[in-house]
Ligand binder design. Structure first.
Ligand code: CTP
Length: 398
């Protein structure tokens, strides 16, 4: 059956790019209903979208429609997927608060299909904590979001806020339209983010891990039907919906939790930037400064458990284990060594010195290596897409 995609365009400068998206979707024989806010019509004409989609463009709540008895309800009922692109800060706020005061926002409220939101705006607007709170609210309601790209924006500022490439939005739409349940009935445990080691009651050491890669893996696995346990250190990200999230602080705590759940798992993925060392003697009281400014303080460190190695030692027969190798030199060679020493089935080698790879970025550049030594080098892609590629390999291994 032909699937129907609703494309809701809101008033951002990137609106004009959506013409290309609509034309791409039409080439796939999808039914595309374009909806535009008043602001969007200032950037691109409904006539362009009508010509490309082959359908009347829906813009006004009060226009009587020949096709639907009650237009906004009729449109909403027909959708298999609703895409809001570009999504402005204002429209995201309206969605987060359930406002329904124009055609597109009423369709959003009446809609029961999955929603993909593609924000695009000025960097400061995107980073505004109120906008981020609204995004988190929607993520917690199960809305799918694509991170904006970074670059020079129409306002002249350089930073995060550009509409992602149309090819990436298109791919995400196709993935959401053909939900894959290939992990149904499987339990996957993923660790993510950083770990923290106390120095005293107010200080700790940590690292640059943010959880982006691990959270993307958890989201992808849950979308594909897996029962997911996400064990993470502190992270600014919200855990994806439908995931059991266990928050931990230190590497030892993370290790204990993962050993506890290991026997119930079919797959374990170690994406966390686990701290390799902890403080030998954590001070019970806050360490005080002294008058002696020449005093040198030394922190004595001891090694933390290697979580994947511990899990690898106890690996049951049909458990699949995947690890990451964050390297700065001899990437493939070092990754292969880790694959063997941690008893893994697949390792994701990551040259963290490359631009667009590693910690805190929205993209990653990785090479997947299996036990047989086969390599799959992936180009630079979003962490969501890297997550999908890793999960594809896990399914093959199963
Ligand atoms: N890892 C782990 N426990 C640790 C350290 C790392 O489980 N204490 C896991 C990571 O989650 C990752 C893999 O092991 O999946 C490789 O981590 P990486 O930081 O690349 O290497 P290390 O094993 O720490 O070795 P080195 O720091 O010497 O490169």
């Amino acid at each position: 059956m032909v699937k129907t995609v609703g494309i809701g365009i809101t008033g951002g400068i990137a609106s004009y790019k959506i013409a290309d998206l609509v034309s791409k979707l039409k080439k796939d024989d999808l039914d595309v209903i374009v909806m535009m806010t008043e602001g969007a019509s200032k950037f691109i004409t409904p006539l362009t979208l009508k010509t490309l989609s082959g359908r009347e463009v829906v813009t006004d709540l009060w226009t009587e429609s020949l096709e639907w008895k009650v237009q906004h309800i009729g449109v909403a009922e027909q959708l298999d997927l609703l895409v809001i692109a570009p999504a402005t800060a204002n429209f995201i706020a309206k969605m987060a608060h359930g406002l329904a005061d124009d055609l597109l926002s009423t369709v959003v409220v009446a809609n029961t299909a999955p929603v993909l939101v593609v924000p695009s705006m000025n960097t400061n607007m995107y980073n505004n904590p109120i906008v981020q709170d609204n995004i988190n609210t929607l993520v917690n309601y199960g809305y799918h979001f694509m991170d904006p790209d970074s670059g020079v924006l129409a306002c002249g500022v350089s930073g995060k806020g550009r509409l992602p490439e149309i090819a990436d939005i298109y791919q995400q739409i196709i993935a959401l339209l053909s939900p894959n349940n290939d992990l149904f009935g499987k339990r996957i445990m993923i660790n993510a983010g950083t770990t923290c080691e106390d120095i005293d009651p107010v200080r700790f050491i940590s690292n640059r891990g943010t959880g982006k890669m691990g959270f993307a893996l958890a989201r992808e696995a849950a979308q594909r039907g897996a029962d997911v346990i996400l064990v993470s250190g502190p992270s600014p990200l919200s855990a994806p919906p439908n995931v059991k999230h266990v928050s931990v602080w230190s590497a030892q705590e993370m290790c204990e939790i993962m050993l506890k759940y290991q026997s119930a798992c079919d797959v374990i993925i170690g994406a966390a930037a686990v701290g390799d060392f902890r403080i030998a003697n954590v001070a019970e009281q806050k360490m005080k400064k002294t008058e002696d400014k020449s005093r040198k303080l030394t922190l004595e460190l001891v090694e933390n458990p290697d979580i994947l190695k511990e899990l690898g030692k106890r690996k049951q027969d049909n458990l699949i284990m995947v690890g990451f190798a964050a390297e700065t030199e001899n990437v493939l060679e070092n990754a292969r060594k880790k694959l063997v020493s941690k008893n893994l089935d697949l390792i994701v080698a990551n040259d963290v010195t490359m631009e667009g790879a590693g910690f805190a970025t929205d993209t990653n550049i990785v090479t997947l290596i299996n036990r047989a030594g086969e390599l799959v080098a992936l180009p630079k892609m979003s962490k969501d897409m890297v997550a999908a590629a890793i999960i594809d390999r896990v399914v093959e291994l199963m």
